[in-house]
Design a protein around this ligand. Sequence first.
Ligand SMILES: Nc1ncnc2c1ncn2[C@@H]1O[C@H](COP(=O)(O)OP(=O)(O)OP(=O)(O)O)[C@@H](O)[C@H]1O
Ligand SMILES: [Mg+2]
Length: 453
Amino acid sequence: MIKSLRGHLFIGLTAIIVLTGAIGGLLAYNWAFEEADELQDSVLIQLASVAANGTFSTGKLQGVEEDTEVFLIELGTTPRGSLDDRRLFGLKDGLQLAVRNRQPIRALLRTRADGSRFAVAQPTAIRDATARNMAFRTLLPIAALIPCLMIMTALVIAYSLRPLIRLAEDLDARPADDLTALPLSDTPSELHPFIAAMNGLLERMRLLMDQQRRFVADAAHELRTPITALSVQAENLGPVDLPEAARSRLAALKQGMHRTRHLLEQLLALARQEARPAGAELPLVALDHALKNTVADMLPLALDRSIDLGSELVEPVTIRGEPVVIEAMIRNLLDNALRYTPSGGRVDIGVYRSGGAAVLQVEDTGPGLAASDLDRIFEPFFRGSQPQGDGSGLGLSIVKRTVERLGGSIELENIGVASRGGLRVTVHIPHAAVDGGAAKGHPASERRPPRGP
Ligand SMILES: Nc1ncnc2c1ncn2[C@@H]1O[C@H](COP(=O)(O)OP(=O)(O)OP(=O)(O)O)[C@@H](O)[C@H]1O
Ligand SMILES: [Mg+2]
């Protein structure tokens, strides 16, 4: 079975073209051969009319085309000469087939008014060669036409299959979570049942994914309340006089609950950003504003870890997105930088415009990422080959999905300068044009002087 539709069509149509060409060629050849035969007979008749007046002498006719080899044979009034001539004399007037000097000939016999007979003859082999030659020429246009038709067939097939290829390219270029229906416009009607079936499948997948998201969001949400209540209970145990062993277990319990709460927060952040239907109009968000809010939230962690958290450059930049989702993205980037940088280190953040993009950059002085981990670092629950401390492994996948949904890109690079190592995360998000001023809640334009080294 041929797997390619294009190959199938091409082979099928080419076979039809070649077969039609062959049959047409054979018929044309036979017809042209017979025509050439008749043409040569009429030449013999014309020459015989001239020869009847005694214009020619016996032997090869002069003044007639050299390679036609037409002979005049004078047979006299009674049979005479060689056996071949006597036999020729015995034939009736008109066009006949005979043999002369062991050579088959086509002869036209005539009797003059004085009773003398003669024949105008031509070797059959020469006649056939001339006829073949003429018939062969009728094949040339057909032979030239076949390759042209094959090329045209290939072009028509390629042109007809273009919508199918375009459809596949469109599907290929889609982001993984874009499950919107394929458009029916600009596609041939033969593809409509196929596209409708695909759209049905996409819709079922969307419903299924929505269900799963809702389940994750609901489960995380439902679990958050009891975990918070448990944390409060554990906190309440703080002032209670407890034996040393119980106190260390309480500390482990608190940490476990803190981890669980963090995991639930991360799952909620993931579910929240995915709940938004793709392509919906998003509100304008001042990215610099969102960054400052998040930095303010993270300062206690930076102080706790003795890390110098500061901004290099903060320009007013507006993007489209949901504030909660964007803050979750920034929080995860800062959280990583603060948690994986050894205490006493430094984290620099910046937000600015570059071309049509809003750029958010976070640099730290931590260990950076192992090259072998870079491929998988955005996978959910992947924490690198040498995970450090607590974490759910969801942070960077939240960031990546947010960036993709906002139509942007993210780069991670190890800074690797001799004086300092560390990771640099750069996020590009399309800048949203704002008419008549800044986005809602946008503070006045501000550029901080770069920090000293
Ligand atoms: N700035 C960084 N410096 C060094 N390693 C990092 C940095 N950011 C992330 N990593 C590595 O990448 C892994 C994945 O990060 P990610 O934020 O996805 O998950 P996590 O921090 O482990 O968990 P979560 O963010 O969900 O609490 C981390 O476990 C860490 O090993
Ligand atoms: Mg993280």
